[in-house]
Design a protein around this ligand. Structure first.
Ligand SMILES: Nc1ncnc2c1ncn2[C@@H]1O[C@H](COP(=O)(O)OP(=O)(O)OP(=O)(O)O)[C@@H](O)[C@H]1O
Ligand SMILES: [Mg+2]
Length: 269
């Protein structure tokens, strides 16, 4: 191994190899490879049903792949073998080993409606991770201030705009102190005028050095924030590369077709 190879392996935070997943007869992941280096932003794009959410759910331990390996630096190599099907307990342990390493921000924020903003944020670190409440509350307040929501700590989610709710969703993920963040179309449920404020927070986190995998259709954000872009179609990575290559000189005809469709969504042909 050359010194450069060693350095690049050392910097790898997340490595997924050969991820496969079927739902019944429907094979939705057909051998996905994904590498995320520390401080990097990897963006996943692709048509509906191409497997983007399933990839994120597998990385977050919400879904058990049928095959493949996932390694998060400092943790065990998790090998999802076909024999797992007969060993549900082992399968679950493998999945749970991934849960604490990343935190996911969903398309719909999924905040608890009966809890205040602050209570929503501390729920994971305090009740699930068992950290001291005073410490967790102080950190939650400073994270809320960071996204401009310090005055909303006692509000209920329904009293917030969609963009504010989604920013709380991001704070809730940060409060878990994950090694990496996973975003699944974090702005696609928002009114257009609220998209910018949420993308700005994500961009700031990226600039601060957070490592993240982002599924998004916001191409201008992807162009600006991504270090690496993967285009998925039919459960495989059809093409990947730096944003300049994928967006400006896509090599694959399927990538070109997808991009022209989302860049001109009203253009019939
Ligand atoms: N729990 C499940 N049970 C059965 N089929 C599923 C399940 N989850 C996902 N699928 C199927 O897997 C395929 C990939 O779904 P996935 O949600 O990963 O796609 P996606 O790329 O995120 O799409 P979108 O852009 O619409 O969010 C789809 O055909 C979907 O119907
Ligand atoms: Mg999806």
């Amino acid at each position: 191994m050359s010194r450069t190879d060693e350095a690049s392996t050392r910097d790898q935070l997340l490595t997924a190899r050969g991820l496969r997943k079927s739902f019944g007869p429907n094979e939705v992941l057909r051998g996905i490879d994904l590498t995320l280096h520390r401080g990097e932003v990897v963006v996943l794009i692709g048509p509906s049903g191409s497997g983007k959410t399933t990839v994120l759910r597998a990385l977050n331990g919400l879904e058990t792949p049928d095959a493949g390996t996932i390694v998060v630096a400092g943790g065990p190599d998790i090998d999802f073998a076909s024999t797992d099907a007969t060993r549900p307990k082992q399968k679950k342990q493998k999945r749970l080993a991934l849960r604490d390493r990343s935190a996911m921000v969903f398309q719909h924020h999924n905040l608890f409606p009966h809890l205040s903003v602050l209570e929503n944020v501390i729920e994971g670190p305090w009740r699930v991770q068992g950290r001291p409440k005073a410490e967790v509350v102080a950190e939650a307040r400073s994270l809320l201030a960071r996204v401009g929501l310090d005055d909303k700590a006692d509000a209920r989610p329904h009293q917030l705009s969609g963009g504010q709710q989604q920013r709380v969703g991001i704070v809730r993920a940060l409060a878990l102190r994950p090694d990496l963040l996973l975003f699944d179309e974090p702005t696609s449920a928002l009114d257009p005028e609220l998209v910018g404020e949420v993308l700005l927070v994500i961009k700031e986190l990226a600039d601060e050095g957070w490592s993240m995998v982002v599924v998004t259709h916001e191409l201008s954000f992807a162009r600006e924030a991504a270090d690496h872009v993967l285009f998925l179609d039919g459960g495989v990575v059809v093409e990947e590369g730096p944003p300049s290559q994928i967006f400006e000189t896509p090599q694959h005809e399927r990538t070109q077709r997808f991009l022209s469709r989302i860049l001109r969504p009203l253009d019939g042909d």
